[in-house]
Write a new protein. Structure first.
Length: 204
């Protein structure tokens, strides 16, 4: 018996949906110390509504607490990215797919977008910029084990790797570290040659 193929989702349709994202999803999330300020969005309530809409269990009160804004720029960006992801998951096409409950809850409760948020991108770019929209869509699909429609798994992995800001920063950091090590090695060898030359002159 062949393995069941993963459910698929249309990347183009989802990136278009993200480009049309209502501004409310980029509002400031509810703050830890100001729980009723006008204009703020309750990220925990949005995620809970999403889980219910997808026929999953809502967040508990303690789980919802992790979606309250604290004094951190990274935390603010993370919550706004998660709100954009929630907007994507409200898409009718995705609501018709049976999404694994554990993966879905882990995506939000384990804050899978934290590494991306730590780069401190502008969340609005994930609405306005085509590549950033596609990156967020593909990160979400990958986390939920949903296959981009019309693509082979290897093609999907390659495209995600191309767009993945976290991976790109990792490669850049590794390259800089390698260059630094190479420079330190060249300097050490130069010092050794100079010391050897000085020692030879002293002996002569």
């Amino acid at each position: 018996m062949s393995a069941k193929a993963p459910a698929s989702a249309d990347v183009t349709a989802l990136t278009h949906r993200l480009s049309q994202c209502p501004p409310v999803f980029l509002r400031a999330p509810l703050h830890l110390k100001n729980k009723a300020r006008e204009g703020e969005i309750h990220a925990g309530a949005v995620v809970s509504d999403l889980l219910i809409a997808l026929n999953h269990e809502a967040l508990s009160a303690s789980e919802a607490e992790s979606f309250v804004l604290r004094h951190s720029a990274v935390n603010l960006i993370l919550l706004q990215l998660e709100l954009l992801a929630a907007h994507l998951l409200f898409a009718p096409a995705l609501r018709e797919i049976e999404i694994d409950a554990e993966r879905l809850r882990a995506f939000f409760l384990e804050h899978k977008l934290k590494a991306l948020a730590e780069l401190k991108p502008n969340p609005a770019n994930f609405v306005s910029d085509a590549e950033r929209r596609e990156e967020l869509v593909r990160l979400l699909l990958d986390a939920l084990a949903l296959q981009p429609a019309g693509e082979k798994p290897a093609e999907s992995r390659d495209r995600l790797q191309t767009l993945d800001s976290v991976e790109r920063e990792r490669v850049i950091a590794a390259s800089r570290a390698a260059q630094k090590r190479a420079q330190e090695l060249r300097e050490a060898m130069a010092r050794k040659r100079a010391e050897e030359a000085a020692s030879k002159m002293t002996r002569e």
